[in-house]
Write a protein that binds this ligand. Structure first.
Ligand code: TRP
Length: 453
């Protein structure tokens, strides 16, 4: 199976498949694990507000720009810039993206492994009857361990590689479409239970009443980073997926739909978690363990809680899985198209090299926890560097490229599908990619570096 770049490119089969696969990449641990803990540490409502503004004003323009680049070039992020802007340094954006893919996969798959641990713990009945303190202990001692985090990481990584070997259409589409509606329903059930706990109001207050005093430079940077992370933008995942989008799909409306779906899941996850945090006496600032401590608590207060918990954690693992394959695909597409490897060899090489970094990351709460920079362990360094720095920088250059350097004729061609769509949003899109998005990203950076106040 040596499907090299010279053969016809795989593509998503239709409307629903495009949005489903891209939403599958976007929706994952970013919404359900990362948003609650980062929002919890950054003041709740004010964070949510800035996050929403970033999603609309920056996220959708960056996402659409990635689609344009990918579909116009029909290549991986590095190759795409080489094709669209030959003889210029723009390809560096693609290379940074591929580096970011390695780093994100290492820590993301570590957390995906935690969801497998919690699937295992719920199916064996070990979560039942534990209170907040016991669940906190349980999470901490699991996270500090060596064997189990490592084992689950490797299992997850292995599965991801196995799917990528089998190619785009069969590999990605099949798994994405069926499962996610169930996860959504379970999240809604969690919301109902969480909201009906006595004392739940304080959580809603925390999530939906912005406290303006919480608007700090650091929080704004975190909200920007979270919006990039959650939408899978800024590193070329969506350039790669864009290259699989058919020529008759509407790029702007696809981006809009993905952003709406992704944001909806985030808000619903917030409604499931914060009311329960306050009602059950936990702390919203519980770091990476927040959802692994709170969700089992909510499940215990539901009829058939253990069954729901088991289902939930396996579905969360699957949601993470549709995200890890989208990240690994970036590296594999690069190796196949640029280094002319077979898909099989490329996948094995990528999986093994990510695993080296991943093993170190999975151990960074335990055996390697004394390796620290600025008081952050390896896991947090990777997470901070990628989401808050590399993705926004990538996004900045992606909108600059589309807004200022790429041919306006070709942008129009992509957004109107060669004239067959009216392109009503074209002027608005131009304004956002030229001015709003790049200026906003630059301001967040300057503000958080203390250069502007
Ligand atoms: N967006 C995914 C999530 O929220 C994670 C993810 C997939 C991602 N591909 C990415 C993050 C590319 C950043 C860049 O779980």
């Amino acid at each position: 199976m040596d499907d090299q770049s010279t053969t016809v490119r795989d593509s998503f089969s239709g409307r629903f498949a495009v949005v489903a696969a891209i939403a599958g990449s976007a929706i994952g641990l970013g919404n359900i694990w990362r948003f609650p803990y980062v929002a919890g540490e950054n003041g709740g409502g004010a964070f949510l507000l800035v996050y929403l503004i970033c999603t609309v004003a920056i996220g959708i323009p960056v996402m659409t720009s990635e689609f344009i680049i990918g579909r116009a070039a029909q290549r991986n992020p590095y190759g795409a810039f080489k094709t669209l802007a030959p003889g210029t340094p723009w390809f560096l954006i693609g290379l940074i993206g591929i580096a970011a893919a390695f780093m994100i996969l290492a820590f993301y798959t570590t957390v995906a492994g935690w969801t497998l641990e919690y699937f295992f713990q719920s199916i064996t009945g070990n979560l039942a009857g534990k209170n907040n303190a016991e669940l906190t202990d349980m999470f901490n001692s699991f996270q500090k361990g060596s064997f189990r985090p490592l084992l689950w990481f490797l299992i997850f990584m292995g599965f991801t590689g196995a799917i990528i070997i089998s190619g785009v259409r069969e590999g990605i589409e099949k798994y994405t479409k069926v499962m996610m509606p169930f996860l959504f329903i379970l999240l809604l059930l969690l919301c109902v239970r969480s909201l009906t706990l006595p004392g739940a109001k304080a959580g809603l207050q925390f999530l939906f009443h912005p406290d303006i005093s919480k608007l700090t430079p650091r929080m704004i940077l975190e909200a920007l980073g979270q919006s990039f992370f959650s939408l899978s933008i800024g590193m070329g995942t969506l350039i790669t997926y864009g290259s699989y989008i058919k020529k008759n799909e509407n790029l702007i409306s696809s981006a809009g739909m993905v952003a709406i779906a992704d944001t909806a899941v985030t808000v619903i996850a917030g409604i499931a978690i914060f009311p329960a945090v306050f009602a059950l006496g936990g702390s919203p600032a519980s770091d990476t363990g927040l959802v692994f401590i709170v969700l089992p608590e909510i499940f215990q207060k539901m009829p058939l809680g253990n069954i729901f918990a088991t289902l939930f954690f396996i579905l969360l693992a699957i949601a993470a899985f549709t995200s890890t394959i989208s990240i690994l695909e970036v590296i594999v597409a690069y190796l196949v198209e640029e280094l002319k490897m077979s898909r099989r060899k490329a996948t094995i090489a990528a999986t093994l090299s990510v695993s080296v970094l991943g093993v170190i990351t999975a151990l960074s709460f335990g055996a390697l926890s004394n390796i620290r920079v600025a008081d952050k362990n390896i896991f947090s360094i990777l997470e901070y560097l990628t989401s808050n720095i590399m993705l926004p920088i990538g996004g900045f250059f992606i909108v600059l490229f589309i807004g200022w350097f790429f041919s306006p004729v070709l942008v129009k061609k992509e957004l109107t599908n060669d004239g067959s769509l009216k392109g009503r949003y074209l002027p608005l899109f131009r304004f956002f990619v030229k001015f709003i998005a790049p200026v906003a990203i630059a301001m967040v950076f300057l503000y958080s570096l203390g250069i502007i106040k």
